[in-house]
Write a protein that binds this ligand. Structure first.
Ligand code: 5GP
Length: 206
């Protein structure tokens, strides 16, 4: 019996996903899935915290062993969500957050239609570009590639369940928390609470 939720947050580079997720996670209800990637670590990124950094052959081995819930390429690098952690946390009733790009998000939605997909967007395209420039972690070429990819990702946003505009971070966080709350109150996600109503106290409702 579980009331866990798979929550996917996507959005173009510069949408502020990383910041939003970092503020959302310090909570007993949420668990963050740490992805594997073949991308080189950025300054300040820590292996096992920001990502599990790996070689292409390590990535291929896990992919071939069906160890990923989903995987995709982004700007020439591989990214994937290790499946074991997600399953474990969902079984424990957590809201598991995946901060992933659009191709992987849609793979998950296909396999698990119960997953909730949120698309996070900055208020304007100009704002997205200037956030990427200000962040200063990417070369000019990489910024160009990422803004092009942002346009492609925007084409898919109608396939998402919710669109959240990240103009003010606290408002965006508030929107996301309300989405999670509302999703958890859907009757078909509430089997645990319904069992509890009938006196089955063995269930551990979240
Ligand atoms: P970055 O290189 O900026 O850390 O990430 C590039 C893109 O890959 C971002 O859109 C990020 O959300 C996405 N990403 C990170 N981890 C995963 C993953 O496990 N799977 C997929 N499909 N995308 C990921």
């Amino acid at each position: 019996m579980n009331e866990g939720l798979l929550l996917i947050i996507s959005g173009p580079s510069g949408s502020g996903k990383g910041t939003v997720v970092k503020k959302l996670i310090p909570s007993d209800d949420f668990a963050l899935s740490i992805s594997m990637t073949t991308r080189a670590p950025r300054v300040g990124e820590v292996d096992g915290v920001d990502y599990i950094f790996c070689t292409e052959s390590e990535f291929a081995e896990i992919r071939e062993g069906n160890g990923f819930l989903e995987h995709a390429t982004f700007s020439g690098n591989f990214y994937g969500t290790p499946v074991s952690y997600v399953k474990e946390q969902i079984a424990g009733g957590k809201t598991v957050v995946l901060e992933i790009e659009v191709v992987g998000a849609l793979q998950v939605k296909e396999k698990y239609p119960d997953a909730v997909l949120i698309f996070l967007m900055p208020p304007t395209f100009d704002e997205l570009r200037s956030r990427l420039l200000e962040r200063g972690t990417e070369s000019d070429d990489e910024i160009e590639r990422r803004t092009r990819r942002a346009r492609d990702e925007m084409e898919e946003l109608q396939k998402y369940d919710y669109l959240v505009i990240n103009d003010d971070i606290d408002e965006a966080l508030d929107d996301i928390r309300k989405i999670v709350r509302a999703e958890k109150l859907k009757p078909w996600r509430s089997s645990c609470r319904i069992q509890h109503f009938y006196g089955n106290n063995e269930t551990n409702c979240i």
